[in-house]
Design a protein. Structure first.
Length: 279
């Protein structure tokens, strides 16, 4: 059994930059929505179990922890205004929607992966987001690039970054993640971060043995000083890059079964249509 999880926010952005502009009768930009719908319709033909996790609001609890974290102020209004439309369309297409408000779409995805861990269900995450690589687990949870048509398992993560999936939060805390507004540790790039994490499991162990590795790593003295002087900030960055796995998501795999017609009863509640109340 396979469950395909769409990173809805990622797909809407991808469509925004990959599809031509399209103006609705009301004068609004909806080009991204056209590409988004095309992608979901294609997935419906391939997968019986499917869901979309979406950033209903760009701001999340992480903005309360760090002022520099990404916000809606950084997003083009032309695409931001299509967010609510994309959520409505997802429901109309009979696809389970995980609408994230306090949390992010990535947290919703991580929680679904955790929910079905070790339940003989293969999960495919449709995204290129580095954050989500921490969810990868052997061939049980893999990532799929809709752009390059390639799958990434834990071996793929190791080949790409030189680390294990569960080290991704430490890796991004060290190197930074510009798409999320996380600067990382100044002067520490991917090569140095991978080298340290290959020897030490996490940032705490890196700090504990700083006197040893600073003599063997290129630029070690400078990097050791950076980490030692900014370790509280580094821990905050790791908290920001660590996905939450306890978000409330549907617990039965049948809740993720695609309804071929939006007028079909929802298997989630067996009472209501997938039609939104405003329809």
């Amino acid at each position: 059994m396979e469950l395909y999880i769409v990173d809805g926010t990622y797909e809407l952005f991808r469509s925004h930059f990959g599809y031509p502009s399209r103006i609705s009768p009301g004068g609004s930009e909806v080009g991204a929505l056209k590409g988004y719908i095309t992608h979901l319709n294609s997935l419906k033909k391939q997968y019986k179990y499917l869901c979309v996790s979406f950033d209903s609001t760009v701001e999340s609890f992480r903005n309360e922890l760090y002022d520099g974290y990404k916000s809606s102020n950084d997003i083009d209004p032309d695409i931001l205004n299509q967010f609510p439309l994309a959520e409505e369309v997802t429901k109309l297409l009979g696809i389970t929607l995980l609408s994230m408000k306090k949390y992010e779409a990535d947290d919703g995805i991580a929680s679904v992966c955790e929910q079905f861990s070790d339940k003989n269900i293969k999960i495919i995450i449709g995204s290129l987001d580095k954050d989500l690589m921490q969810c990868v687990k052997g061939d049980e949870v893999v990532m799929y690039s809709t752009r390059y048509k390639t799958f990434t398992n834990d071996k793929g993560v190791k080949e790409k970054f030189g680390i294990l999936p569960n080290q991704i939060p430490d890796f991004l805390a060290l190197t930074g993640d510009s798409s999320d507004g996380i600067p990382g540790m100044k002067g520490i790039g991917q090569k140095t971060a991978a080298l340290l994490l290959q020897k030490y499991e996490n940032i705490d162990l890196i700090l504990n043995d700083v006197d040893n590795w600073k003599k063997t790593v290129r630029g070690g003295e400078r990097h050791a000083e950076t980490i030692s002087n900014n370790f509280e900030l580094l821990k905050l960055f790791k908290e920001l890059t660590t996905l939450k796995k306890s978000v409330n998501v549907p617990k039965d795999i049948e809740d993720y079964k695609v309804c071929l017609l939006y007028t079909s009863p929802s298997p989630r509640d067996k009472r209501q249509s997938r039609m939104p109340s405003s329809a």
